[in-house]
Design a protein around this ligand. Structure first.
Ligand code: ZN
Ligand code: ZN
Ligand code: ZN
Length: 367
């Protein structure tokens, strides 16, 4: 857990620039990002209030206080606990008054705060106006600071190590679930948390978000392995394709084109290009080889304290990428009933190009 008081200061600077008087943040990636507290999403209110000026307050249920204290959030926020029979919203409004925030002000609410809490805040602050928390947090989170890039690099290396061990686990006769459990254990060893494990064998590979099932892996299967975890608050996400015993008909050609498409998208990435143009680099190449209709998702997603966040590398996103932005480049080809393939690396935009954070061989591996 890293607590960087500069993040709160930068959030306040955004708020002043956008005329926001206070920001409310519940248990979420935003909360971890701002104060390093991995709060449980409970029916009891946990709420961080960041006023544009004045003390930051973290209201937590009394029984969660030990976890909140241990998180280190109290280094940057005043901890206020509430007992089972108390009204936590009174503590929130108190905090606003202590900080001199006008109750008729303009408030930002973190995008994923439950409506059960947002609606009650609105009852307590009937004259306020409301904006999405992402207006404050979006510009902060989309550009990674050097310590965040270092964390992404570290977790990228950790998932590389897991992929290096995958060939030893993939054998005909084992189920996807058995292989997936072994992979999860490996992720657990090098990360703090397992985020997801996709082992999609044979025809299951044609479903991009297939996780694992009871299908037994057969000789001649292509297997898509897409895995990720969290280390020190930052996420990994890497996909490679394996063939068991021998390569199914038509798959080697498809995979070679996919390697070129992934490479083309990485090569197209540098400061100032649009997200859409990176997507187009992969999509056009797949289209030229007749696979365009089998590439059914966007080329990538941002990554950081969440697996999926801005920027999205997708047609229509004319936003320009900038140094410090981190995202996946993961074109795929999905041939229903037969097999699928996806090659995914995380990249970070540098001053003049791009750095890859995953380094496992991208070619098809026969195990
Ligand atoms: Zn996904
Ligand atoms: Zn991904
Ligand atoms: Zn992935």
């Amino acid at each position: 857990v890293r607590i960087d008081a500069q993040r709160l200061e930068d959030a306040r600077a955004q708020m002043r620039q956008r005329g926001v008087d206070a920001l409310f943040v519940g248990p979420s990636a935003d909360l971890r990002y701002l104060v390093g507290y991995h709060a449980l999403p409970l029916e009891r209110l946990t709420l961080l209030t960041v006023p544009a000026e004045g003390p930051v307050r973290l209201v937590v249920p009394e029984l969660e206080a030990p976890r909140a204290r241990a998180s280190g959030a109290i280094d940057v926020a005043e901890l206020v606990t509430w007992g089972e029979t108390e009204d936590p919203f009174a503590a929130v409004v108190d905090g606003l008054e202590d900080a001199g925030v006008p109750l008729k002000g303009r408030f930002a609410v973190q995008d994923r705060l439950w409506s059960a809490f947002t609606l009650r805040l609105q009852v307590r602050l009937p004259d306020a106006s409301w904006v999405a928390g992402s207006t404050v947090m979006g510009p902060l989170r989309i550009v990674k600071r050097p310590d965040e890039v270092a964390a992404l690099r570290e977790v990228g290396a950790a998932i590389d190590d897991v992929h290096a061990q995958v060939p030893a686990l993939l054998r005909a006769g084992r189920t996807e679930r058995e292989v997936g459990q072994d992979i999860a254990e490996l992720i657990q060893r090098s990360h703090d948390d397992v985020n997801f494990v996709i082992v999609a064998s044979g025809p299951n590979g044609a479903s991009p978000h297939h996780e694992t099932g009871d299908r037994r892996i057969e000789t001649g299967d292509a297997v898509v392995v897409d895995i990720g975890g969290t280390l020190d608050g930052y996420c990994s996400d890497e996909t490679r394709n394996y063939a068991v015993g021998h390569v199914p008909d038509g798959y080697a050609e498809l995979h070679a084109v996919l390697e070129d498409a992934q490479e083309a998208a990485v090569a197209a990435t540098r400061p100032g290009v649009t997200a859409a143009s990176i997507d187009a680099a992969a999509r056009d190449l797949l289209g030229q080889h007749g696979y365009g209709h089998l590439f059914v998702h966007r080329t990538g997603h941002g990554i950081g304290v969440e697996e999926h966040e801005d920027p999205y590398i997708v047609a229509g996103n004319e936003d320009r990428v900038a140094p410090g932005m981190a995202f996946s480049i993961e074109p795929g080809i999905y041939d229903p009933g037969r097999f699928g393939a996806r090659i995914e690396d995380i990249v970070v935009v540098t001053g003049d190009g791009v750095e890859r954070l995953n380094h496992r061989p991208r070619e098809l591996q026969i195990v």
